[in-house]
Ligand binder design. Structure first.
Ligand SMILES: [Zn+2]
Length: 676
């Protein structure tokens, strides 16, 4: 088998064009077997456990599995089909089972623990210390140190939790899918774009219904709330959206919310933490719930006055325009959009000619050159999975090989939505050899047409910078261990390199490098740059309060003992009080459909959206103080952040870069929420 399966042979660059879909499953099965052998070699060793024969051996185990699965799952996102999706369904449970077997392997844990207990006497460097700590905690955070009854209890909780989370998500989905707003008179669709109406009409047709169908799915719900002139219909849709899984019927999530919160609390207690948030934040830059709480409160205190000013502005505008007396939740997006158009009159069609994809790519490469001395040379000698994928050799000023960079820009069937950075080969140093990484970004940007090259919306421009920022984190990685390399950092730190780079899109000095009219070559007019900047802060105070309200609701469920909470809605009203702007709607509840924290992985983590913004604004301010192309600051950012991955606690890395801890003031200033 192995002789014909290219994935099981040795390769450096991913051999995309030689891979057959039928190769994946046998390769993954074989690679799991090889990884199991690596683990057995560690556990069956007769030697005393050492850092090298246990921790490092564990770190470098399963290398084939890592490479094959990274190729496979990236293909499943960027160039998939039913056959590949079926394989993903088949192998995913096997992969989690394999990971679970490692975490529950008691012989392995005993060896890891022996090394961990001797850590003080071993003279480890910082990266080794971090590696040891993380390997040890991967076991203990799953109960390895508990007596067997404790372990049993933990497994029971985990089983219940995964069932409840699944049920929560299924209920939200069923509630979302079951609702439809049928509109039979076209006059009630005033304000909506033609493309929206066409889509709503098509949905109705596909269901053999007369008229137009609006649903609670985002592509339908969001534009409707933003553009529909009919206030009654906006209200109807908003109430339906807000009451999902909160109707006291069989799809109601209130009891599930209470149960999940309690089980998470019990689990944390069992492992010796004060709350679920304490457990989660142990592996975050923010470290403790107290720190997150005071962060959210500081932001709230400073953003609240601006939010109130904006709210009255919006209220006044709605009153003047449509005699609205009390601004309700279903008015927010609608009047915000109207006011924005009135104040800025800046639409994408005007900007797009200045953002030709080729020029923006050159621009981002030039910026990476100025900041980090990187050179990008396009090559056609690299194997790709689709003819539209471009590849570049990345070198430094001395011509040293830094990375291989793949870019896949346009949508096609088989590619999922959105934009992301991905890794085909992780950087690491093994046996003195620095293995350089293979990094890719995948996007869904406006395609070129016969008459016109690919012209990006401004939002697409910032997306390209964002993903390229993640890519730099991967490309400039320079660590020994792959699990600490590049973007393998704590969750609330991972968006710093990506978000910080977006700042260059708003700077004249940077825009001049690439924002040129695709036909005339004329530079983007100054008034557009000013408008882009100003409109990016539009109603930022209200938006900030909204984000803070979600962060606070999240903590209210996870940072203390939830056993006294018996009523989900009244708990929520209390949690929302400090951030409230709009009147409460009694029939609505956020928690029962808050999938981010009750189904997905964001519990005790919602704050990280704002946290990441604070970091990027604070970091970028250091650049602006010294010039946005300051080599000195760029070197500090590269040496202390981009190249360091997760080798040390992010706060330590950040302080070494910035000279101090991050403060929210730069963000508040950038967002125009405080002056000076
Ligand atoms: Zn990102």
């Amino acid at each position: 088998m192995s002789s014909q399966n290219i994935l099981l042979e040795d390769f450096n660059q991913a051999p995309f064009s030689s891979i057959k879909t039928s190769d994946y499953k046998p390769a993954i099965l074989k690679a799991i077997e090889l990884a199991q052998k690596d683990i057995e070699a560690i556990t069956s060793s007769k030697e005393e456990p050492t850092f090298e024969n246990t921790i490092e051996a564990l770190e470098f185990s399963g290398k084939k599995l890592d490479r094959v699965t990274s190729i496979f799952f990236n293909i499943n996102s960027a160039e998939t089909n039913e056959e590949i999706q079926k394989i993903a369904q088949d192998v995913s449970p096997l992969l989690s089972e394999f990971k679970n077997d490692i975490i529950l392997n008691n012989v392995l844990f005993k060896r890891v623990k022996k090394v961990y207990n001797r850590r003080e006497s071993m003279d480890l460097n910082k990266e080794q210390t971090t590696l040891l700590d993380q390997k040890y905690k991967a076991f203990t955070r799953n109960g390895a140190n508990l007596p067997s009854e404790g372990q049993q209890a933990l497994r029971e909780i985990d089983k219940k939790l995964s069932k409840l989370k699944l049920q929560f998500g299924e209920n939200v989905l069923a509630e979302t899918n079951k609702y439809e707003l049928v509109v039979t008179e076209e006059s009630r669709l005033g304000g909506l774009p033609d493309s929206f109406k066409e889509e709503a009409r098509n949905i109705a047709k596909s269901k053999d219904t007369e008229g137009w169908i609006i649903s609670l799915e985002y592509p339908s719900y969001i534009p409707f709330m933003k553009y529909a002139d009919d206030r009654e219909l906006r209200k109807e849709l908003s109430l339906a959206f807000g009451s999902r899984a909160f109707k006291g019927d069989e799809l109601d999530n209130q009891q599930i919310v209470l149960d999940i919160a309690k089980l998470r609390y019990e689990r944390a207690k069992l492992l010796g933490f004060d709350s679920h948030a304490h457990f989660v934040l142990e592996e975050r830059m923010a470290e403790t719930p107290q720190k997150v709480e005071s962060f959210l409160e500081e932001m709230l205190e400073k953003a609240r006055p601006a939010a109130e000013r904006e709210f009255s502005q919006l209220e006044k505008f709605a009153k003047e325009l449509d005699q609205i007396d009390t601004l309700q939740k279903w008015d927010s997006a609608y009047y915000a959009e109207k006011l924005k158009q009135k104040l800025f009159d800046l639409d994408d069609e005007k900007l797009k000619p200045y953002f030709q994809l080729e020029k923006v790519i050159d621009g981002v490469f030039t910026i990476a050159g100025k900041l980090y001395g990187l050179n990008f040379e396009q090559t056609t000698n690299v194997d790709v999975y689709h003819q539209n994928v471009r590849t570049y050799n990345v070198t430094d000023t001395l011509g040293n090989d830094i990375a291989l960079f793949y870019a896949d820009f346009h949508p096609r069937p088989g590619k999922r939505d959105g934009a992301w950075m991905t890794i085909y080969k992780q950087q690491s140093i093994e046996n003195g050899q620095n293995e350089r990484p293979h990094i890719s970004i995948v996007c869904n940007f406006t395609k070129p047409t016969e008459k016109q090259p690919s012209l990006l919306t401004f939002n697409e421009v910032t997306t390209l910078f964002h993903e390229f920022g993640h890519a730099l984190h991967g490309m400039l990685a320079n660590t020994t261990y792959p699990s600490l390399s590049g973007a393998n950092v704590y969750w609330d730190f991972v968006e710093l390199p990506s978000q910080v780079l977006e700042n260059w899109c708003y700077e004249e000095e940077a825009l001049q490098l690439f924002a040129k009219h695709y036909k005339t070559g004329e530079a983007i007019p100054q008034e557009y740059i000013t408008k882009i900047k100003e409109s990016s802060n539009f109603l930022e105070g209200m938006a900030t309060l909204r984000q803070l309200s979600f962060g606070m609701l999240d903590l209210s469920w996870h940072a203390q003992d939830p056993s006294n909470v018996s009523d989900v809605k009244s708990h929520e009203i209390e949690a929302f009080e400090p951030t409230k702007l709009f009147p409460d709607v009694a029939s609505n509840c956020m928690s029962t459909a808050f999938s981010h924290i009750f189904q997905g992985g964001y519990s005790a983590g919602y704050y990280s959206y704002k946290w990441a913004e604070v970091l990027d604004a604070d970091a970028f301010e250091y650049f602006t103080e010294n010039g946005i192309f300051s080599k000195d600051i760029a070197d500090k950012f590269k040496d202390n952040i981009l190249s360091q991955g997760g080798t040390e606690h992010p706060m330590e890395l950040y302080k070494r870069f910035r000279g101090k801890e991050p403060k929210p003031d730069a963000l508040l200033r950038r967002a125009g929420l405080i002056s000076k």
